[in-house]
Design a protein around this ligand. Structure first.
Ligand code: PSU
Ligand code: MN
Length: 317
């Protein structure tokens, strides 16, 4: 029997109990585990993110798909199974591939869009990821860009526009055309807020080199804005961008140069579609000799901590 989204949810008892009690819960995505980071960094970051959410006083719910069920909350054996499954056996599930993911056996990992869909269906309002997807370099053509334009724009952006949620990240991924990504979010009515600085955080770099549309001094102010955004009932998400911890950040210029190099190489190698982002992240890890992986893992855990702090403030009302 094909059921609705609600029929497909398997919510872990600890998560269900927290939601029933109106307690703080943070959704965590799983594509960064299966496709974003190498083993064992991927499972270590998954565990450390859950621990960071708990440290803040909230309950973590890592979301993934297994044998036709949308799992909201994974136990440690499930995290390990997802992290060690051969990468090509795990489907990267976004909104457009969600029905396919739910009608096949085995593991699918959820991207930002699919995680938001599942979290929203479960009643979770706060979500942490590493870097949101967006407009890929060369997606829209223009001077110096790839010809012809690829139109590769992440379904993350559409989801952010339609699903009410607080999304904590370290900015759009550095592999993207960040100014174009900001323009799409602006058009689609999604507020992007930098915490503690005027510049938009640049994923593995402290700054993307672009001013943030809005900024707040600290996490408490970010939580206040998030409460207001959700209360207005505008319908879409608010994106809270927290810079990567300074001790592991890639220098801004290097992050940008390496991203451009990797994007050119991907184009030359004919890499397109959902495979592109994982390919770019792996290529940048190689070019930077692992420095990007250290930054990526630290920023993911930091985002989880901040999301936990925001969830606690939201739950207090
Ligand atoms: N953040 C990371 N690593 C990742 C991602 C986010 O630090 O791998 C994932 C998210 O799941 C996001 C996806 O939704 O990358 C974007 O993929 P695409 O560009 O194909 O939409
Ligand atoms: Mn894409």
């Amino acid at each position: 029997m094909i059921g609705s989204l609600a029929d497909r949810l398997s919510i872990k008892p600890e998560v269900a109990a927290a939601l029933r009690a109106g307690g703080p819960v943070v959704a965590l995505e799983s594509t960064l585990i299966s496709h974003g980071l190498p083993y064992p960094a991927n499972v270590e970051v998954a565990r450390a993110s859950e621990a960071a959410v708990r440290e803040a006083g909230a309950v973590p719910a890592t979301i993934a798909i297994h044998d036709g069920r949308l799992l909201v909350g994974l136990d440690d054996a499930e995290l390990e199974a997802l992290a060690t499954a051969p990468a090509d056996s795990v489907l990267k599930a976004s909104r457009p591939s969600l029905s396919a993911a739910l009608t096949r056996d085995g593991w699918s990992a959820t991207t930002v869009s699919a995680t938001m869909i599942a979290a929203h269906a479960a009643g979770i309002t706060v979500f942490a990821t590493g870097g949101i997807g967006g407009v890929h370099m060369g997606a829209l053509g223009g001077p110096g860009a790839l010809e012809p334009p690829t139109f590769d724009i992440s379904s993350d952006l559409e989801e952010l526009a339609r699903t009410p949620m607080v999304v904590v990240c370290a900015g759009p991924k550095a592999i993207l055309d960040v100014p174009a990504t900001l323009e799409v979010l602006e058009t689609r009515g999604v507020p992007l807020v930098a915490v503690g600085q005027a510049d938009l955080p640049g994923f593995t770099a402290r700054s993307s080199g672009v001013p943030a549309p809005w900024s707040v001094p600290d996490v408490a102010a970010a939580a206040g804005l998030a409460v207001a955004h959700l209360a207005l009932g505008l319908g879409g998400a608010i994106v809270i961008c927290v810079p990567v911890p300074a001790d592991v950040a890639l220098p801004d210029e290097i992050a940008r140069r390496v991203a451009e190099q990797a994007a050119r190489e991907a184009d030359a190698a004919g890499i397109h579609g959902p495979a592109l982002t994982p390919w770019l992240l792996a290529r940048i890890a190689a070019i930077t000799d692992g420095a990007s992986v250290r930054a990526n893992t630290a920023l993911i855990v930091n985002d989880a901590l901040v999301a936990g702090q925001i969830a606690v403030r939201l739950a207090r009302g």
